[in-house]
Ligand binder design. Structure first.
Ligand code: F6P
Length: 548
């Protein structure tokens, strides 16, 4: 029992039952599971919005799923879910509500934080963003010299970068192709340099995105961007037409020199990695237009409603979360691959890395006591066929179990030529081939039947039983993208709820930030910084010597 009066997860009868079932399950393979139930290709599926989710190629039987759902009941996942939707302060270490779901709630919804309905403020900011986006898109909003804005540069990092950058790539076919939209995040000056080198300052709008407006990378890049602009335009007043801010911190924004009128607000109950559908999405909204942005929000909302109301057996985020727990806690899987078969989703997995790993990369429970079970996995992956020619070898024949999500679409985007559209079937043939090969492999006797020399048989044998989930949608639209993101947001929530960790803080990033601040004078001035360990002290000395 811990301080919250909760029995430790690994001492619950539900956990013990899962352990026992796992032992009995042993090496039961997917060929066996399909032989026993040929219908599972249709029955082990769930639908949410436009997403068709097939989990039949998972190493689970009905009993494992039932026991996993019981674990969810025992850990009060649905009670915790309701507390989140209600606006309770479930981020206990920061004493904050967690209400990204309010960002996509309809205008007439009522969601209260400290007795105040936050929905009107959410829509107020969305309306302000829409007005601004329309003015930039139409050319009504001009730069300081009267030139039309043709370039948008979002400066932010982490949740203030990954979401809009990922979604901009994902929705490129829906973007205004006349606009150049770039994302600068790295404090390495090369990032800003490459982003700005071919841009005309008079045509460039900077969007400084930072929840806290204190993040060193962002403020440093924004300061350099302002210098670049003012060097070219020679008038401090230019800032008002070329800089807007997305933040919760009005004081810091105005302190930086950005007019409060040019600030788009959000709130402390929006976590950075859950913020792409808040004001943080402004660059995306300018690129795709307010109507498409609202379609994206509707997509999120569809999955929110599903997660909030669907029964456990049909609840897709619950299911995906529990499958992750099955592998992480009962098969010792260390990682989880997300493999989109869409070039447009090239940044999707990088986005999920922050969402999942910053949320569930924790080793203490909510009450501060250590967890005695594995928590969040290493999330990784890149778009489909490229991975096939790189690291899929290890997934197919390596010694590690890597559960994977395959995400694909029935239709290519409209904009492609007929010839390029025809390539879509080839892409998707790979998509289906991979999950089949991973699941069912190729036995030694099947290899022998092909006349393969005996000494090569072990090398050409595929064990199979590599579990995958297939997520199929008709097309990658703004709504479908919103659905996908919300699916993963809530999956991460489910896992954190079962593991009894705070999925909404990120104290693990703090120490590095503090040390970087301390070390910097040693690099810039050769200052004798107290508290440097001998290894770091020697490296810093070498760095200064090498750098001349
Ligand atoms: O350092 C981690 C982090 O706090 C993330 O959680 C956040 O998304 C990112 O930094 C950027 O923070 P901000 O939006 O306040 O600049």
């Amino acid at each position: 029992m811990n301080a919250e009066g909760r029995t430790a997860l690994n001492r619950t009868p539900e956990w013990a039952a899962l352990k026992e079932h796992r032992e009995g399950f042993g090496g039961t393979g997917l060929r066996e599971l399909f032989d026993a139930d040929p219908e599972r290709g249709r029955t082990y599926t769930v639908r949410v919005g436009d997403l068709y989710i097939d989990y039949s190629k998972q190493l689970v039987d009905a009993e494992a799923l039932r026991l996993l759902r019981e674990l969810a009941v025992a850990t009060d996942v649905f009670g915790q879910r309701d507390a989140m939707f209600r606006g309770d302060r479930i981020n206990t270490t920061e004493d904050r509500a967690v209400l990204h779901t309010a960002l996509r709630a309809p205008r007439d919804a009522v969601i209260e934080v400290d007795g105040e309905n936050v929905v009107p403020a959410v829509h107020g900011v969305l309306d302000k963003m829409s007005g601004f986006a329309d003015r930039v898109r139409s050319g009504e909003w001009t730069g300081h010299t009267g030139k039309r804005i043709k370039n948008i540069v979002n400066i932010g990092i982490g949740g203030s970068d990954l979401g809009p950058a990922m979604a901009y790539e994902a929705l490129r076919p829906f973007t205004d192709r006349g606009l150049t939209v770039r994302f600068v995040s790295n404090v390495d000056g090369a990032d800003l340099h490459e982003a700005l080198r071919d841009l005309d300052p008079a045509e460039t709008l900077f969007i400084v995105a930072s929840k806290t407006f204190t993040t060193i990378e962002t403020i440093t890049n924004a300061t350099s961007a302002r210098t670049w602009l003012l060097d070219a335009l020679g008038d401090d007043k230019a800032v008002a037409k070329h800089f807007v801010a997305l933040s919760t911190n009005a004081e810091k924004v105005t302190g930086f020199g950005i007019d409060a009128d040019n600030m788009f607000e959000f709130w402390d109950w929006v976590g950075g990695r859950y913020s792409m559908d808040s004001a943080i999405g402004l660059s995306l909204m300018i690129a795709i237009g307010p109507d498409r942005f609202r379609e994206l929000l509707d997509g999120f909302h569809t999955v929110d409603e599903h997660f909030r109301t669907a029964p456990a057996e049909e609840n897709a985020p619950l299911l995906l979360g529990l499958l992750g727990i099955w592998y992480g806690n009962f098969f010792d899987a260390q990682s989880h691959a997300v493999l989109p078969y869409s070039h447009y989703l090239s940044k999707f997995t990088a986005y999920l890395q922050q969402l999942d790993m910053e949320s569930n990369g924790k080793s203490v429970q909510k009450d501060g006591t250590p967890v005695e079970w594995q928590t969040g996995p290493v999330v990784w992956g890149t778009p489909g066929t490229n991975g096939q020619h790189a690291y899929y070898q290890l997934i197919h024949q390596g010694t590690k179990l890597i559960p994977a999500d395959f995400i694909g679409f029935a239709r290519p985007v409209d904009e492609l030529s007929d010839e390029l559209k025809a390539q879509h079937d080839l892409l998707m043939a790979n998509f289906f081939a991979q999950t089949q090969a991973l699941a069912f492999g190729k036995t030694a006797s099947e290899v022998r039947e092909e006349g393969v020399p005996e000494e090569l048989v072990p090398h050409k044998t595929f064990q199979g039983n590599r579990p995958t989930t297939t997520i199929l949608a008709p097309e990658l639209t703004p709504s479908v993208l919103g659905q996908l993101i919300a699916l993963y947001e809530h999956k991460v929530f489910v896992q954190g709820a079962v593991w009894n960790i705070d999925s909404f803080d990120q104290w693990g990033v703090e120490l590095g930030k503090v040390l970087a601040k301390r070390i910097e004078p040693a690099l810039t001035e050769g200052a004798d910084v107290p508290g440097l360990d001998p290894s770091t002290r020697a490296l810093v000395a070498d760095y200064r010597e090498m750098g001349g």
